[in-house]
Design a protein around this ligand. Structure first.
Ligand code: T3D
Length: 257
């Protein structure tokens, strides 16, 4: 049987490809478990400095696997507790940048999985939909947290309540994603972004991620204090010393490996 999640490493970038193309990479419990394990490995491996997440075939992910049996006994909350929430928490807490290349439709939890990444790029032919409402559900996998923060409350509510499909270009115009890209160049450009991130000072990237993660829930004062604490720590790092020396010596910096 083909692997559900194909992992490869190029330099310091770990690429993870959802691999159920015949089901548009629907998130079966097995695929979710594989994703959770893969992000756990990335967390532990000091040689990995950035992650690139994408999907095989013509879709990024069609969300939860609807092929599973549903019914009164089916506890979706338990599934979310066991698989969805740990994954999204892990992706947000990972002190390394995650680039997501959306290569086709991203629906329901598939869309929200993409939004849990730090930088999202999409092929111009990609589509985004909060499909939950069509099957009588409300967004999960962080959707009601990410959406209003990315696109504002008005658009977030409409996307969730209407379940309309938007194009990658609209997603870019809304500020939902970083960029819409020529589909033929998507993976090359996404890998370039991830490789670029992997060469940047890792502790500073971790600091940026921690600061932005906290920003949504912090008061202005608390955020200023957090910025100070992060900067204090970074100010003592070898990368900062190297950055300043390189600036003074008019040469490119070489950050720690
Ligand atoms: O379970 C829990 O824990 C609760 C959590 C819920 C979170 C959620 O994500 S709820 C939202 C679930 N997703 C959806 O409702 C989307 C369902 N899919 C679609 O609406 C459409 O497939 C798309 C709009 C995404 C794409 O349409 P299209 O026309 O490009 O493709 P298609 O023909 O519908 O799909 C291709 C195949 O993938 C097809 O199989 P077949 O008929 O060729 O054998 C289709 O059944 C399969 N597929 C698509 N989505 C899913 C799926 N199989 C299982 N689960 C899916 N979500």
């Amino acid at each position: 049987m083909d692997e559900l999640l194909v992992a490869s490493t190029e330099g310091a970038v770990r690429t993870l490809i959802l691999n159920r193309p015949e089901r548009l990479n629907a998130l079966s419990p097995e695929l979710m478990a594989a994703l959770n394990a893969a992000f756990g490995e990335v967390e532990r491996d000091d040689n990995i400095r950035a992650v690139l997440l994408s999907g095989a075939g013509r879709g990024f992910s069609a969300g939860a696997d609807l092929g599973l049996e549903v019914g009164g006994e089916w506890d979706l909350g338990a599934m979310i507790d066991a698989l969805y929430n740990p994954l999204v928490r892990r992706m947000r807490a990972l002190p390394k940048p995650i680039v997501c290349a959306v290569n086709g439709v991203a629906a329901g939890a598939g869309m929200n999985l993409a939004l849990a990444a730090d930088i999202v790029v999409a092929g111009r032919d990609a589509l985004f939909t909060q499909a939950f409402i069509r099957i009588g559900l409300s967004p999960d996998a962080g959707g009601t947290y990410f959406l209003p923060r990315l696109v504002g409350d008005a658009r977030a509510r409409a996307l969730a309540m209407l379940g309309e499909t938007i194009t990658a270009e609209t997603a870019e115009a809304y500020g939902l994603i970083w960029k819409a890209i020529d589909p033929d160049l998507l993976m090359t450009e996404a890998l370039t972004i991830a490789t670029n991130l992997a060469a940047k000072p890792a502790q500073a990237l971790a600091g940026i991620k921690a600061a932005f993660n906290a920003s949504a829930g912090n008061s202005f004062d608390a955020q200023l204090d957090l910025e100070r604490d992060i900067q204090r720590r970074l100010g003592q790092s070898a990368d900062f010393a190297e950055g300043v020396s390189a600036f003074k010596e008019k040469r490119p910096p070489v950050f720690g490996r």
